[in-house]
Structure formats: C-alpha cells, structure tokens
Design a protein around this ligand. Structure first.
Ligand SMILES: *Cc1c(COP(=O)(O)O)cnc(C)c1O
Length: 367
C-alpha cells in the first residue's frame, strides 16, 4: 500500500525452531511436566504466535509474568493454562481465580485473599507455594513451612497443588545451587504429607541443563526455547536459534579521509571509506552500548564493522569491501553470522536483555 513504508528493520522468527528446542528439553527429562516460559512477549519472539505453536504440545502451563499476559493468552484462545510467575496485585486476583490461572504465592495475606475470592466464586482454587531458598525475590522462607502446614488446611477454598523455587546462580555457582536444591528437597519432604503436591518445579534453563533434581517433576524452560544454552551442555550445537534481526541499507556514500561519523565524532575515517547508513537504532533495541565495541553486521555474507555511535533510528557501517552494496539491501544483525550471545557480550549484557529489548516497532515475521 502506498501509505505504508517498507520496514527498515524486522525480525524473522522460526517457530519450528522453538518447537524443536522444546523437544530437546523434553528428551532431556522425558517424564517431567513442562511449563514453557513465554513471559515478556515470549522473550521478544511474540507471545501469541509462540503460544499458538506450542499450545497442546503436551505441556502443563505457559509461564507468564503477570495477569495481563495471562489475559492475552486467554483472549487469543490458547487452551494451555497460564501460570503467573510473579506476585499479583489484590485487584488482579479475582480474575485469576475466575480463570483458574496458576500462580505462586509468597504470603499468608495472598493465601487468605485467594481463599475469600474462591469462596465468593464458589470454587476451590488451586495454587502453588513459592519457597525462597535464596533468590530473595518471592516465596515463603523455609522457616515458615510449619506455619504453612498449620494454617493452610484451615483455608477451605484453596488447594495447594504445587511448590516451586528459583535459583539465582545455577549458571555460575554449582555448590551454592546444590545447597539450594537440597534445601528445596527438604521443604518438599516436609510439605508432602500435608498437601497434594502434583507439581514440583525448580529448573529454569540453566538448572535443567546442569543439575539433577530428583524431588522435582516439572521444568520451566525459558531461554533454551529460544536457542540459547546458559550452560555448556550435551546439547551444545543441538539447540536452534529461532530469531534473526535484519535491517535494510537506506543510503550508501563515499566519505573522504578525516570525515567524522555519528554523534560525538568518535569515529574519524582514516582513509576514504564507503559508508552505508542502515535503518536500525537503539529505538529498535539495537543497544547504544554496542557503539565502539567492535560490533559488526553482515551484508551479502560479509561482516562489516559498525562506525561510531548507534543513533536512535540509524547506524553507519563501513562497506568499503562491498562495491555492489546499495540502498534496500538486507543487513543481518543477529543471525547465523553473529549470535545473540555475541551481541549481548559486546553490549555488556545478557541474551535475555537483547531479546526482550527488541521493540514493538520492529515487525515480527513468522515461518
Ligand atoms: C523467567 C523465569 C524462568 C525462565 O528462565 P530462563 O533462565 O530464561 O530459562 C523460569 N522460572 C522463573 C520463576 C522465571 O522468572
């Protein structure tokens, strides 16, 4: 259509790669239940598209951040129930009970409120207990187990059907994580006689790749689904990246030696240079912190260095080695020639932030 500009930058998502990565997780622990984590727009890959592809693929829940994300799944007709990983505000809880979404609770206030709401709704509401074994973000402390055992049975409209914890350093502190897992196993053992703990879950991607957790029976894979292994594992090279970030060359010019490029004139050309302007910037999620870190982009299969600072909507690239390059050509920023791990390293961050930093204005194209 005449009034639509072709996108300067776009994301290609391979939904089959995500399904494949979930199969890899399944093969790793074939008797475990699965809660694929699709919070934050499925790590930038697109909440609804990813959920549609994985829906009913033998999974128990979709892990989401909050009630808003759970609502979007429901409205899209996704059948697998949402499980809300973070705390909810009191005014969100009635909707949670009404839809029987899963959630993890951390306080007696929440337990009592859910009990009241379930009574009003005339239902028995199932929920999971979060245990804080060291993450410091949510959950009951292990010291509160006795109080849980004493008080929860008095709440007649809630039913504890699961227990969970989360590991802060499964990717870099094995002894600490093992100690944490042992503590979780003790909590499960104490709770087990009093509750029907159908779902016992600990493992996000790093923990599921690197640890054996005999007391758990459900996995919460996040970043592995999107093709990134946070730990070296037997599955190195088996996971498939699901996302490619592309942009287009918008302009190509020859600039003389001594000319500056971009804000702050941090790059001064030391020789005559063919400079391509490319339509992506930090407002798309191509971090400004990638400036002057040796970041490259790939054009016609060749890696070309970025010049100077990333600007809001555009970057400049040295394409002297590519005499043929022209406006409209495709530029690959994340893809086979430059992984998200490499981009994260250059930007001084982690793949999770690179994925979730990709902005809504960048259209997603699905295969
Ligand atoms: C985000 C999250 C996950 C998934 O983590 P990954 O490291 O991406 O696999 C699992 N569990 C909880 C509680 C989370 O918040």
């Amino acid at each position: 259509m005449i009034h639509q500009s072709p996108p300067r930058a776009w994301i290609e998502v391979d939904l089959e790669a995500i399904a494949h990565n979930l199969d890899i997780v399944r093969q790793l622990q074939c008797d475990a239940m699965l809660m694929p984590v699709v919070k934050a727009e499925a790590y930038g890959h697109g909440l609804i598209s990813v959920a549609r592809r994985l829906d009913r693929d033998g999974i128990s829940f979709f892990g989401v951040a909050n009630a808003g994300e759970a609502r979007r799944l429901s409205l899209a007709g996704i059948r697998t129930p949402a499980f809300i990983l973070g705390p909810s505000f009191p005014e969100e809880r009635q909707e949670i009970v009404h839809h029987a979404w899963g959630c993890a609770v951390s306080s007696f206030d929440e337990l009592e409120h859910y009990d009241e709401l379930a009574a009003a709704e005339g239902v028995c509401f199932s929920l999971h207990l979060a245990i804080d074994t060291g993450m410091g973000r949510e959950g009951f402390l292990p010291e509160q187990i006795d109080e849980l055992i004493a008080r929860v049975p008095l709440l007649e409209h809630i039913q504890v059907t699961g227990v969970m914890t989360h590991c802060p350093c499964a990717d870099d502190d094995v002894p600490y994580t093992q100690q944490q897992l042992k503590l979780f196993a003790e909590c499960v053992e104490r709770l087990q006689p009093h509750f029907d703990l159908q779902c016992r879950h600990v493992a996000a991607s790093a923990a599921l790749l690197g640890y054996d957790v005999p007391c758990a029976n459900m996995l919460r894979p996040g970043i592995v689904l999107y093709g990134v292994a946070p730990l070296a594992s037997v599955f190195d090279g088996v996971l498939r990246p699901a996302l490619k970030l592309n942009a287009r060359v918008t302009l190509v010019r020859e600039l003389p030696a001594g000319h500056g490029v971009s804000y702050g004139r941090r790059a001064i050309l030391d020789k005559p240079t063919r400079v391509a302007t490319v339509g992506i910037g930090y407002a798309d999620g191509w971090f400004r912190s990638l400036s002057e870190q040796g970041a490259q982009v790939s054009i016609q299969g060749k890696l070309c260095p970025m010049l100077g600072r990333v600007t809001m909507d555009q970057i400049m690239v040295d394409v002297t080695v590519l005499p043929e390059v022209k406006s409209g050509d495709t530029v690959s920023l994340i893809g086979p020639q430059q992984s998200v791990e490499e981009v994260a390293r250059l930007a001084g961050t982690i793949p999770w932030e690179v994925f979730t930093g990709l902005r809504a204005r960048v259209p997603r194209v699905y295969h």
